[in-house]
Design a protein around this ligand. Structure first.
Ligand SMILES: NC(=O)c1ccc[n+]([C@@H]2O[C@H](COP(=O)([O-])OP(=O)(O)OC[C@H]3O[C@@H](n4cnc5c(N)ncnc54)[C@H](OP(=O)(O)O)[C@@H]3O)[C@@H](O)[C@H]2O)c1
Length: 321
């Protein structure tokens, strides 16, 4: 079968090769799955560069979340959502999934949306509820609100009854956040988000700040976090890992909360199916709906990942065979 393979590290458009690879090997506790849609994530870019926390041996196939159809065993024909394990990721014609982490797809959900229901929504749900204990009526600030992680967090924040402030880079992305129902949206390329957050919270600041950008955005977030607020460290799309002065957290009584959703697979795997069930309920209630900014052919993987790396995407980018 064919798959995109990284044979040396670098930028996606330079290092991804469409090659023949061995068929995935199924077995007890595993399912062979035809990939019907694969959703891209910023970590796919970091994997190509060798800058992700996980560094699979070369060569490897990126692609962390898919929707597909089971090809073998008693579940043959079932549509599932799952995360193929590296080095055999989802930018491929077929993958193997662990049976226990191949989750059913709601009947009404098309493959592109289903592929986008795993990583960003699981991360958002676990981050906002379990790690930050977001309460109804609290103010949630979501950075990069028009991105994959951000669009999911805006929807999940609203579903949790929070007042949502979002930041985004540029007018088109600002409109996306407004359309998703964010109460206040700030173009952080053009305006100082600290001043706006303080202004719209009567000086109090945001109770929960969901930060997937890091760097200067994290540094500024410390200036507009509320008393007993929680800054959730989600990622470093901006490229710089910020350092936090602990005396500042002490003086202002706030918490810096780390979030690594993938670690639940190892440390507390029961969280993942429970979260999937909660997400399906939210989808069925019309409270969440993955925003697919682009559906492209699998052949376009290198260009699509380059757009994601260059801030050129909205919501999720999904590749179809
Ligand atoms: N902690 C976890 O468990 C977990 C799970 C999934 C993802 N993540 C992390 O969450 C982050 C977002 O992932 P995603 O897949 O949803 O990506 P994404 O948000 O769709 O894309 C990244 C966004 O970050 C913003 N950004 C700001 N500065 C940037 C820069 N210098 N270069 C590129 N983008 C920049 C851009 O939005 P604007 O133009 O609006 O600024 C861009 O669209 C990544 O850091 C990823 O590693 C963490």
């Amino acid at each position: 079968m064919k798959a995109w393979q990284v044979q040396e590290l670098g930028e996606p458009q330079d290092v991804l090769r469409w090659v023949d690879v061995a068929e995935p090997v199924s077995g007890p506790g595993l399912l062979e799955v035809r990939v019907d849609a694969v959703a891209l994530n910023f970590p796919d870019v970091l994997l190509c560069r060798g800058m992700y926390q996980e560094r699979p041996p070369l060569p490897f196939t990126p692609g962390l979340e898919i929707c597909g159809t089971v090809l073998d065993g008693p579940r043959a024909g079932e549509r599932v959502i799952g995360g193929p394990g590296l080095p055999h990721g989802g930018l491929a014609e077929r993958v193997v999934l662990a049976e226990a982490s191949a989750f059913p797809v709601p009947d009404s959900m098309p493959p592109a949306k289903a592929a986008g229901l795993l990583i960003t929504y699981q991360t958002g749900y676990v981050g906002l509820h379990r790690r930050a204990a977001l309460q109804p009526g609290e103010t949630l600030l979501v950075h990069a609100g028009a991105g994959g992680v951000g669009t999911a967090a805006i929807q999940l924040g609203r579903a949790a009854g929070a007042r949502v402030i979002a930041t985004a880079g540029g007018p088109e992305k600002v409109q996306v956040c407004k359309d998703l129902g964010a109460d206040v949206v700030i173009d952080y390329n053009a305006e100082d988000f600290v001043a706006v957050v303080k202004d719209v919270t009567e000086g109090r600041g945001a109770d929960v700040i969901y930060d997937s950008v890091g760097g200067d955005v994290f540094d500024k977030s410390r200036k507009c976090v509320a008393f007993e607020g929680r800054i959730v460290v989600v990622g470093f799309a901006g490229g710089r890992i910020a350092e936090a002065p602990t005396n500042h957290a002490l003086v202002k009584n706030y918490s810096i909360v780390g979030l690594h959703w993938g670690l639940y697979r190892k440390m507390d795997p029961a969280v993942i199916p429970t979260t999937h069930a909660a997400l399906v309920e939210l989808w069925q209630a019309g409270l969440i709906d993955p925003l697919i900014g682009a559906e492209l052919p699998l052949a376009d993987a290198p260009q699509a990942l380059t757009r994601l790396a260059d801030r050129g995407t909205i919501g999720k980018v999904v590749l179809l065979p």
